[in-house]
Design a protein around this ligand. Sequence first.
Ligand SMILES: *[C@@H]1O[C@H](CO)[C@@H](O)[C@H](O)[C@H]1NC(C)=O
Ligand SMILES: *[C@@H]1O[C@H](CO)[C@@H](O)[C@H](O)[C@H]1NC(C)=O
Ligand SMILES: [Cu+2]
Length: 219
Amino acid sequence: MRATALASAAIIALASHASAETIKIDVGPNGQFAFQPNNIKAKVGDVLSFNFHPLNHSVVMGDFANPCAPAKTGGFFSGFMPVASGVGSQTFEVTVNNTDPIFFYCSQNKFSHCISGMSGVVNEPSSGDTLDAYQAAAKSVKSASNPATVFGGRLVANAEATSSATTTAAPAATTTSCTTGNKAPNGNGYKRDTCSGAGSVQASIGIVAASLGMALLLS
Ligand SMILES: *[C@@H]1O[C@H](CO)[C@@H](O)[C@H](O)[C@H]1NC(C)=O
Ligand SMILES: *[C@@H]1O[C@H](CO)[C@@H](O)[C@H](O)[C@H]1NC(C)=O
Ligand SMILES: [Cu+2]
């Protein structure tokens, strides 16, 4: 019984650790008024990491029923992120707490970003409240709005910005995050950053513990 519990615990720990992912979302890449990707499947515990490109974008969580306006309850707002070149020095990271749809948009009104289609969705319903419907309704909005203060996420030093900006000094330290490298497209073609350092160590321990549990079961 003890051995069974140990093995199960190890397997559950391994499975839950391995599953949480950081999903990178580029905000306004190549001068487009768009999020890329803009239609994302995420699990509870996944982290949305918004990576800001030049101009002056933001990301705000909205409600399907009110395009280009902040969610009535909860949500998040990154603040405006003016970027001259490269990518912003900070990413905005939001944890996914449930599998309900999350609509998000950019609230920059100079050139009407949200009204022009700068929005996205996480866990889009298969019909009805779709991103297409949100973007169609956004076209008749007069102007976008956003909350007064940054909330609902974390501003995190952007490893990409550090490494591309560091041309003369020593290589940038990679201690602040686990996003360096390891960018592999997944089945949906989305780029995802994965943790390789501590995560791998924990996964290995999980495998050892699971093996140990199995060995005890078999003996
Ligand atoms: C970015 O946009 C916001 C909202 O329009 C504005 O208040 C802010 O001054 C802009 N920042 C820069 C540096 O242009
Ligand atoms: C998930 O919960 C955290 C902590 O309460 C909150 O900051 C974050 O905004 C939530 N995520 C979403 C998508 O609402
Ligand atoms: Cu924008």
